[in-house]
Design a protein around this ligand. Structure first.
Ligand code: PLP
Length: 356
């Protein structure tokens, strides 16, 4: 099947004009994987995983980035710039190359997962490691892009939100209706804003009759939307949501309140446990931030929040290979050394011969 990518497939829903270059890496059209095992633990009716790690650069950021970069090119920009905890920079770097633009990324020094950094470097971006956190990097980028001829491609750019809302369209196209709950990790809060916008647009157009309740989950050490005030020194193992002052604060609160949903916090331990459960029990490898959605749903289920008849979609925002360090730490001590002989391997495995 030919999949033309987000700009072409969803053109009617996006700010696409006859002048918009239809660049693509054939992003979007990611799988909605049905849970076999974890659904039992939850006691939910149906549980699905929207696996956004299957996008070309390994995260949902590609959906919005393709729109932002195409519009920057349409508007005659030659350079795009972003602050990033990692995935935005990987995506910006790839799509900038695709469009023939150059790309500058500002990352918080030492706080970016190795896979993501390798992508920005391979795609030829100019990478500046800022001696500060994500929020510091973003305020520098906001200043520069408003005073110099450089296009901002962070999710403050409304084209990013437009592109990201297409994930909601795909969920509905797959299920034939809206799920009862949509759970996702929340960092800078662009994605929860985008999904909510997508669902609302479908309802306005009469494509769905009900809207999902939005369940946003932040990491305990970086949960400004839960406490109601910015966090000056956010801390979490889930670097993609290590954000103390979300740019789309208002969008997230509106999504929560209009949908009758919630935004709560999960601990790093709960996030890492959920990451292992997804990998071991469903065969889906995601980065730590992505596991916050399932960690949150699991926690709510233990609190008796669900009735057992609902359809729940957990958005899994990024691929596990993005952050190999954390994954290897999770498996520490699991590698067994053995001599290079069949006998030794048989012995260590404790295998018994079959008697025929
Ligand atoms: C960017 C990102 C998030 C957070 O999304 P926001 O739109 O900033 O809330 C979560 N998970 C991954 C893997 C990301 O790359």
């Amino acid at each position: 099947m030919r999949w033309p990518g987000v700009l072409e497939y969803f053109a009617d829903y996006l700010p696409v004009t006859s002048h918009t270059p239809l660049i693509t890496l054939n992003e979007g059209n990611t799988p909605l994987v049905e849970s076999y095992q974890l659904v039992e633990k939850l006691g939910a009716g149906k549980l699905y995983f929207k696996f956004e790690g299957m996008n070309p650069t390994g995260s949902f950021k590609d959906r919005g980035m393709v729109v932002a970069v195409a519009k920057a090119k349409e508007e005659g920009r030659a350079v795009v710039m972003c602050a990033s905890t990692g995935n935005t920079s990987a995506s910006a770097a790839a799509y900038a190359q695709r469009a023939g633009l150059s790309c500058i990324v500002l990352i918080p020094q030492g706080k970016i997962a190795l896979g993501k950094l390798s992508q920005a470097l391979m795609h030829g971006a100019r990478v500046l490691a800022v001696q500060g956190n994500f929020d510091d990097a973003l305020s520098i980028v906001r200043y520069i892009t408003s005073h110099y001829p450089v296009a901002l491609v962070n999710s403050l750019n409304p084209y990013r939100i437009e592109g990201q809302k297409t994930a909601a369209f795909e969920v509905v196209e797959w299920l034939g209706e809206s799920p009862d709950y949509l759970a996702l990790p929340v960092g800078n809060a662009g994605n929860i804003t985008a999904y909510w916008k997508g669902f609302k647009e479908l309802k306005e157009k009469g494509k769905i009759t009900s809207l999902p309740r939005m369940l946003g989950f932040q990491a305990e050490g970086a949960a400004p939307l839960v406490s109601g005030k910015p966090v000056s020194n956010p801390q979490t193992v889930a670097t993609a949501i290590r954000i103390g002052n979300p740019a789309s604060w208002k969008g997230a609160i509106a999504a929560r309140d209009e949908s009758g949903g919630l935004i709560e916090a999960v601990s790093d331990e709960e996030i890492l446990q959920a990451q292992r459960m997804l990998a071991e029990e469903e065969g889906i490898f995601v980065e730590p931030a992505s596991a916050a959605s399932f960690a949150g749903v699991l926690k709510k289920s233990e609190e008796g929040f669900f009735t057992g008849r609902e359809t729940i979609v957990c958005v899994l925002t990024g691929h596990g290979l993005k952050d190999p360090d954390i994954a290897i730490k999770q498996g520490e001590g699991r590698i067994e050394e053995v001599g290079a002989s069949a006998e030794e391997v048989v012995e260590i495995l404790g295998l018994e011969r079959e008697h025929v």
